[in-house]
Design a binder for this molecule. Structure first.
Ligand code: SF4
Length: 392
């Protein structure tokens, strides 16, 4: 099965259609364009699958090397994805799966590890299916492990509907053969947060599935109430959704107040909304520009013009010769030599080796104080401690 095939009620969108059921049908009207990070994620998953199949001896050393070499040399439209740091991150995931599989085998000798399984959870979600990266089944126990290669948004296993749906699918697939009493759902996000897990008994998991069923039926038929919030972030309908626009524009209400100062609560409310509002405004700006440029769409009161551009040197060697002839020295016309950024060096060398090599010369100063919602897991900044450290 194509790893990118999606059901209307996709497991990855479950956190959205469970809160805003009509979003699934609304989103289906908009193209699902592959982003660079999604393409990188697919690449990383393929590398992880090859590595685990090699471990399970489903691929010989030669087959494994040939396939990995083909991946490394194949170009994607986003450039090369393979790097020393990707090899390391995927290695951590592979080690985690192998470790969990070994533990399961200790529990029961006939434990199995399944890779890239088609998981059908249509018993709870109409036509619902997904793809499980790694599933371990041992006597009385099932574990679903999901690799998340993205780094921008942390994804945790606790209460995560996507991995719970995978667990329902894995249970439905294997319950006739194994006596499964509990399910553990593990997400491994090597570049943001690492490992997180949630464990439910099968009755708890099935009871959750029963709660999902009526909402999924509403979502499948496009019924139910629109509801805007955090979950709108990656909704394909976001730029044209009226419910989201009204939600974001609620901030306007503060402008209509009598001429008094805003209260602390009102300012905190604005602060709470700012990130989502900014990201929605940017989404609307890029959508309207794309439609105007690519589709010739005319937005009332707007026109396309040529933006600012910068001059550039067409032939660097020729420019260099001309400047030398005009008696300018290398020191005058060249930039000083510059080291790659730490991120680029990490990609080149790998995270572990980089920290081994450069540990004595890398410093990570404390970050500047920043305001975040109280729910953020980081400890609160302690101004008094900071002052004390300085005095110390
Ligand atoms: S943008 Fe938000 S409110 Fe609108 S359809 Fe999508 S999830 Fe629902």
């Amino acid at each position: 099965m194509n790893r990118q095939a999606h059901a209307l009620l996709s497991s990855s969108g479950a956190h959205r259609w469970l809160v805003c059921p009509p979003s699934a049908r609304l989103e289906a009207q908009f193209p699902d364009s592959t982003s660079e990070s999604a393409a990188e994620g697919t690449f990383a998953h393929e590398l992880a699958e090859l590595s685990l199949r090699h471990y399970l001896e489903e691929l010989s050393d030669v087959e494994f090397k040939t396939k990995v070499d083909a991946m490394k040399s194949g170009k994607t439209r986003f450039g090369d994805f393979y790097s020393a740091s990707m090899k390391e991150y995927i290695g951590e995931y592979v080690d985690l799966v192998i470790e969990k599989y070994a533990e399961a085998k200790e529990r029961s000798r006939d434990a199995i590890l399944q890779l890239e399984q088609h998981l059908d959870f249509s018993e709870w979600v109409p036509k619902g299916f997904g793809r499980g990266d790694a599933i371990i089944i041992a006597d009385g126990f099932l574990e679903v492990i999901d690799l998340k290669y993205g780094r921008s948004v942390p994804v945790r296993a606790e209460g995560n509907p996507q991995i719970r749906l995978y667990a329902l699918g894995a249970y439905a697939k294997n319950a006739w053969l194994y006596d499964i009493e509990a399910a553990r759902m593990t997400i491994f996000q090597p570049r943001n947060g690492g490992e997180s897990s949630e464990e439910l008994t099968i009755p708890e998991l099935l009871a959750w599935g029963e709660k999902v069923r009526p909402i999924a039926e509403l979502a499948y038929t496009g019924e139910g109430e629109f509801h805007a919030g955090e979950h709108c972030r990656f909704c394909r309908a976001a730029t044209q959704c009226k419910c989201l626009a009204e939600h974001e524009m609620e901030i306007e209400k503060y402008g209509y107040k009598a001429p008094k100062l805003l209260t602390d609560d009102e300012i905190a409310d604005i602060l709470r909304r700012i990130d989502n509002l900014t990201s929605w405004i940017n989404q609307v700006k890029s959508y309207t520009l794309r439609e105007a440029v690519e589709q010739g769409h005319v937005w009332p009161g707007f026109k396309l013009v040529e933006g600012r551009s910068s001059r550039k040197i067409l032939d660097a060697e020729q420019a260099e010769a001309i400047l030398h002839d005009a008696s300018y020295s290398d020191a005058q016309i060249y930039k000083p030599k510059e080291l790659l950024s730490l991120t680029a060096l990490e990609k080149l060398i790998g995270r572990k080796k980089l920290s081994e090599l450069l540990a004595p010369v890398i410093d990570k100063p404390p970050g500047k104080p920043t305001l975040v919602p109280e729910s953020d897991p980081r400890p609160a900044w302690n101004a008094a401690k900071d002052d004390f450290d300085v005095i110390d």
